[in-house]
Design a protein around this ligand. Structure first.
Ligand code: X2X
Length: 338
């Protein structure tokens, strides 16, 4: 009897003092993404999953669900699902969360970021801090940044050198109203649709063109769906954010939170490096590969590029009000001082 009591007490003590109570954790944490590996985005998400599994000895078991399938392909509803807990975690484009977090439209302000240093100046500086505080206040713990990349414009009809060449082209755009405004201002006919619907629409010719990073263009083989012309204009870039639902985050021990955050930072750095491979002045190998597929890649003169800048100044001014003049000013200063 005495021995029995002792055993029960010992067991109770064990449970009370056990540091990470694995049985409180879910069997699986669902991580939402839009595109899987070998897209840089999917590579970053997979790395996160792998590092966390290794470093928690499987205590935290994550699984990626690409294609925004956890929201039936509706990528612009991802943040809401994440906040409400229908999704546990996500590696997400700022574009896809911007319908719920208007400040994230900052990255889609046309021609705000001229180069990679400018993206880094925003994500790694005071703008990034402000954005993370906003995301946190809405019920999602933001951990780190990765990257989709500079979004280049493609179409099936002809080379694009100036806004006049976009006139009348039907362009698939993602679901932030800012993209509608940009393409309308340049004389195109924008049509908002999800990534899931984009390729079929390009295949049937329901739309003439689209805009996405060259990594997406090449891995998704857009040249096979009639996209014969690409213009490198670098008008916007979309960073990616690693986020965790607040309740899920708070259910982790501080030690595990640290592991999950650090893994996201490392996976994000890998994702950024992957996204920038082959599309820089020093390494234009991916641009050359795309040209090798028979795609005409157009590089703009400064004067041509300026015409796109001029055509979108009104939209920029309008959205400065919508995003918040203070944040836009902060972003402009970060870019200027990069
Ligand atoms: O839908 C797109 O164009 C994509 C894959 O780039 C995003 O999710 C923003």
């Amino acid at each position: 009897m005495k021995l029995m009591n002792f055993a029960v007490a010992a067991l109770a003590g064990l449970v009370a003092f056990s540091p990470a109570i694995a049985q409180d954790y879910k069997a699986e944490y669902k991580v939402s993404t839009v595109v899987p590996a070998p897209f840089p985005w999917g590579i970053a998400a997979d790395k996160w999953v792998e590092l966390v599994r290794e470093r928690t000895n499987g205590r935290i078991n994550m699984k990626t669900y690409p294609g925004a399938q956890l929201v039936a392909g509706e990528q612009t509803k991802e943040f809401t699902a994440l906040r409400r807990g229908a999704i546990d975690m996500a590696v997400s484009s700022t574009i896809n969360w911007s319908p719920q977090i208007k400040e994230l439209n900052i990255f889609a302000m046309p021609f705000l970021m001229p180069d990679y240093k400018a993206i880094d100046a925003l994500t790694q500086g005071p703008v990034g801090e402000d954005l993370f505080a906003i995301i946190r206040s809405k019920g999602v713990e933001p951990l780190a940044w990765a990257e989709n990349g500079f979004r280049e414009v493609s179409n099936s009809k002809h080379e694009i050198h100036t806004p006049a060449d976009l006139k009348g082209l039907k362009m698939r755009v993602v679901g932030s109203p800012l993209f509608n405004d940009i393409f309308s201002a340049m004389g195109a006919n924008p049509a908002q649709m999800s990534w899931a619907d984009a390729k079929p629409a390009l295949t049937t010719g329901a739309v003439d063109g689209q805009e996405n990073p060259l990594t997406i263009f090449s891995i998704a083989k857009m040249h096979l769906v009639g996209q014969k012309y690409v213009t490198l204009w670098g008008y916007v870039a979309d960073p990616l954010i690693f986020g965790v639902n607040k309740d899920v985050w708070e259910s982790f021990t501080p030690e595990d939170q640290e592991i999950v955050r650090q893994a996201a930072i490392e996976a994000g750095a890998l994702g950024v490096a992957e996204a920038r491979k082959g599309v820089t002045k020093d390494d234009p190998s991916l641009i050359e590969t795309v040209e090798g597929l028979g795609v005409t890649v157009t590089r703009l003169t400064d004067a041509e590029r300026q015409q796109f800048v001029d055509a979108t100044r009104g939209v920029y001014a309008d959205w400065t009000g919508k995003i918040g003049a203070d944040l836009v000013k902060k972003a402009e200063e970060s870019v200027a001082n990069r």
